[in-house]
Design a protein around this ligand. Structure first.
Ligand code: ATP
Ligand code: MG
Length: 140
């Protein structure tokens, strides 16, 4: 498997509880390198565009409001098989179903307020990285 990049968000429930460092420690312990990172506060419209794929889902409004409710940390992670590896490190969407030791098992509050986002495929990773980062910010 080649070196890949994936896109990550440390969500408002986690930044509010001062968990950025604890989450980054798990990311780095898994062998993923944080090659770009910044703290931003999205507007509901920016969150809505990011999660546009979920527009028809009943939780879309709540999700956009939540993502704009406090600052988030957006990141680019790099490593061997990074997309699948980060999803493993995150754990299942619903923390009640997440494996022991995963970020969501340890830190998530609910299915909605679940501490982190990670891309689900190479195409979405590339799109999500380009939405938040300029090429000049990706220094490896
Ligand atoms: P993410 O895309 O954030 O990495 P995911 O891929 O595990 O998470 P998706 O199915 O893509 O999960 O859902 C996107 C996000 O929408 C979830 O992370 C969660 O914050 C929210 N969400 C998903 N299902 C629900 C639900 N039933 N109720 C409330 N919020 C939900
Ligand atoms: Mg998803």
């Amino acid at each position: 498997m080649a070196i890949q990049r994936t896109f990550s968000i440390i969500k408002p429930d986690a930044t509010r509880r001062n968990l950025t460092g604890a989450i980054n420690a798990k990311i780095e312990a898994a062998g993923l390198r944080i090659v770009a990172q910044k703290r931003i506060h999205m507007t509901p419209a920016q969150a809505g565009q990011f999660y546009a794929v979920h527009k028809e889902r009943p939780f879309y409004g709540e999700l956009c409001e939540f993502m704009a409710s406090a600052p988030v940390v957006v990141q680019v992670l790099e490593g061997e098989n990074a997309i699948a590896k980060y999803r493993e490190v995150m754990g299942a969407t619903d923390p009640a179903a997440a494996d022991a030791g995963t970020i969501r098992k340890e830190f998530a509050l609910s299915k909605g307020e679940n501490s982190v986002h990670g891309s689900d495929a190479p195409e979405t990773a590339a799109e999500e990285i380009a939405y938040f980062f300029a090429g000049i910010e990706l220094v490896g």
